[in-house]
Design a protein around this ligand. Structure first.
Ligand SMILES: [Zn+2]
Length: 174
């Protein structure tokens, strides 16, 4: 009798899953609280306490094409806004999305760390390489040596436009 009940429950659960996922696996829901925790913890580790940093979860239309995140900063009032891509618009397997978003937060915070250097636009490619290497190193310390961000494997790189802006591309300069 108990077994029969369990089987019925199992069927209803799987029916519920398929009804809510018409074409692909449901992406994980990333909450504002979660990105705030990632932002605060990496901000603390990078000793960026003097900055007021806000992280927003945005749709792909709010980012440049083929980017996963964006940073804009204001050196005068020490404020910065990070945008990370909503899981709904991600093209990674659902299980890999949360850690990739956390990596985006770290990536943009390293850009913020470098924002005190002169930015005349000539060193963006070099900066992107440096940010990716430091980000990889920090993330491997945090997540273990098996971690490799998608940017470390890719070829192309999207140049941000402004001098007080940085983006995380789906791919990175070699
Ligand atoms: Zn970048």
């Amino acid at each position: 009798m108990k077994l029969a009940v369990l089987m019925i429950l199992g069927i209803s659960v799987s029916l519920g899953d398929s009804a809510s996922t018409p074409e692909k696996a449901t992406p994980p829901v990333i909450t504002q609280a979660q990105v705030d925790v990632w932002t605060k913890s990496w901000q603390k580790r990078l000793d960026l306490g003097e900055w007021k940093i806000t992280t927003q979860i945005v749709r792909a239309t709010d980012l440049r094409p083929d980017t996963l995140g964006n940073l804009r900063w204001n050196s005068d009032n020490k404020s910065a806004v990070i945008k990370v891509l909503n899981p709904l618009d991600y093209d990674l397997p659902p299980a890999e999305i949360p850690v990739d978003i956390e990596y985006t937060v770290l990536h943009e915070l390293i850009h913020l760390q470098l924002s005190v250097l002169p930015h005349d636009g000539s060193s963006k490619m070099v900066e992107e390489k440096v940010v990716n290497r430091i980000g990889e190193a920090l993330f491997q310390l945090e997540k273990g040596p098996a971690y490799h961000s998608r940017t470390s494997l890719a070829k192309n790189y999207i140049k941000p436009r402004g001098n007080n802006e940085a983006s995380r591309s789906k791919s990175a300069p070699q």
